[in-house]
Design a protein around this ligand. Sequence first.
Ligand SMILES: NC(=O)c1ccc[n+]([C@@H]2O[C@H](COP(=O)([O-])OP(=O)(O)OC[C@H]3O[C@@H](n4cnc5c(N)ncnc54)[C@H](OP(=O)(O)O)[C@@H]3O)[C@@H](O)[C@H]2O)c1
Length: 326
Amino acid sequence: MRPVPPILARVVDGALEATIALSFSRVGIVVRRATSSWPPAPSIAGGTFLVTGASSGVGRAIAQGLADLGANLVLGGRDLARLEATASDVEARGVRAITWPVDLSRSAAIDQASERLVDRLERLDGVVHSAGALVGDFTTTPDGVEATVATHLLAPFRLTWHLRHLLFATGRSTIVTVSSGGMYSQALRLATLEMGPAKYRGTTAYARAKRAQVALAHEWSRRWSGRGVSSYVMHPGWTDTPGLSDALPHFARLGQLLRRPDEGADTAVWLAAGAAGNYGTRRGIWLDRRPRSEHYLPWTRGGSTATGPELWRWCESRTGIDATAD
Ligand SMILES: NC(=O)c1ccc[n+]([C@@H]2O[C@H](COP(=O)([O-])OP(=O)(O)OC[C@H]3O[C@@H](n4cnc5c(N)ncnc54)[C@H](OP(=O)(O)O)[C@@H]3O)[C@@H](O)[C@H]2O)c1
């Protein structure tokens, strides 16, 4: 196929984005790949990356994609047998992998598992936060926190805080947060971020936590870009994973329109490898290798009342971590 002029590629990309559904579906990545410049991500051979959620779905595909670029991996998740399966898979690609079992909904487990990692590693080239689940019924963790906000927001906050010196040690590291297009439906408001049992809806709790992930990712950039850390937030579109079919079975009807896991993972791998350069405090949520608007709806833009620093302080108070000093 003859290369498409960049201006036409931008028009095609913009037209897809305007439809939202086509953009999120497999059509989005297939068309963009065919019409835009889509160079391979740079080699990260010898680097070490932690991927949470590496036992399944998007996280597993991210680990595979990073291994294809030569990275060694720390594979986080709860299910040891499935983590070992991912480890065998990535080792077959010629890199080293260690399994790192941890239940990210439990603060004590994160603290212990992080300590093991800090003792074992001298540096980390990147952390990818992909672990997550849409919880249908109101559930609290042993810490007394609603499970969705605990796993998607407070766990990445806590974990990244513990590992920050490993990221600083590299001089040029990345944090990639896997959010969701579902976040477009919700504003960032601290008063309603953690849902209670009374009006709990799993999809709403999930969308609010995913919206907060966007702000937290920017806050990491704002605070740590001077330490060589680039933090990005992306979403994988609609990707065919066990998590999607369990939580939202009606999506399975999309069949071939769902992205394959490697397609959902592509942008996270590309960002983690540093292909986007240092975006510093630039805004945007990435999909298909481009930063996209963080709002499609006027009421989420106007209704988002919390700033990044306020969210940071909220995370501090809910985790009991004093994250003021570096
Ligand atoms: N699939 C999509 O279309 C889609 C769309 C938007 C966003 N996302 C996001 O993509 C990410 C991956 O989702 P997926 O679709 O790939 O789902 P998945 O196949 O269910 O994978 C979820 C992963 O998260 C891990 N995980 C969940 N809760 C955990 C906990 N408490 N502690 C440690 N690990 C935990 C799971 O580990 P174990 O199985 O070992 O417990 C598993 O490895 C999530 O953040 C999700 O919100 C997915």
